[in-house]
Design a protein around this ligand. Structure first.
Ligand code: HEC
Length: 187
């Protein structure tokens, strides 16, 4: 009798745990999606830069594949999770920010200018049933090739051809570049 009660309670605990494991918080789900998109784009970019040091392969990759990769990742994610990138210095109009994006990005831009600790932290915003998670992106060495002040002519002309209204060059090491944002809706 005692033994069977114990077994039952253990089984119960076990199943609660198992179902609990599927209940990842909205914030954590957002972080996972951000990491997946960030890692995938970065590793592909790195591979293309290694393939061809003058950057033609890399710029071709960014103009033709970044959006496809984003779409593929969104297809793989649960249907209540979406991930994308946006910026205050927009290159691709497909990445246009909305009002909430603008508000959060302006905070990041200020924090980065003031060298404040919050400059690199993720931000969570709740809007009704949706939780947004923002990860700031800062310009670093490799980004300068296509977002910096001295861009090689082959890259500059590819950018000009694909994005005549480009506003994402002239940035310096350590400048705020934009965000990866995940939106997780309660399901
Ligand atoms: C080989 C050139 C290249 C390099 C290197 C590069 N980018 Fe970009 N980036 C692009 C192009 C082209 C786009 C527009 C296409 C797209 O991604 O939608 C873009 C778009 C973006 C966007 C989306 C917002 C927008 O303006 O459209 C962000 C954010 C971004 N880049 C951040 C970075 C960061 C951070 C780095 C360094 C880790 C970096 N990029 C390195 C070419 C590059």
């Amino acid at each position: 009798m005692k033994l069977s009660l114990l077994t039952t309670s253990l089984l119960l605990t076990g199943s609660l745990y198992a179902s609990g494991a599927h209940h990842v918080s909205a914030t954590q789900e957002g972080i996972n999606a951000i990491k997946l998109l960030g890692k995938t784009l970065k590793s592909n970019l790195k591979a293309k830069l290694q393939e061809d040091s003058n950057g033609t392969a890399a710029i071709t990759f960014c103009t033709s594949e970044a959006q496809n990769i984003t779409a593929q990742i969104n297809e793989k994610l649960p249907s209540n999770v979406k991930v994308r990138r946006t910026s205050l210095n927009l290159r691709n109009l497909a990445n246009k920010p909305d009002a909430t994006d603008m508000r959060i990005m302006k905070k990041y831009q200020d924090a980065i200018k003031k060298h404040s600790a919050s400059a690199t932290l993720m931000t969570t915003v709740k809007e009704g049933e949706t939780t947004r998670v923002y990860k700031p992106l800062v310009v670093g060495g490799v980004c300068l090739k296509c977002h910096g002040e001295n861009i090689a002519p082959n890259i500059a002309s590819a950018i000009q051809a694909a994005y005549p209204e480009d506003n994402a060059t002239g940035l310096k090491d350590g400048d705020f570049r934009g965000v990866i944002v995940a939106e997780v809706t309660k399901n």
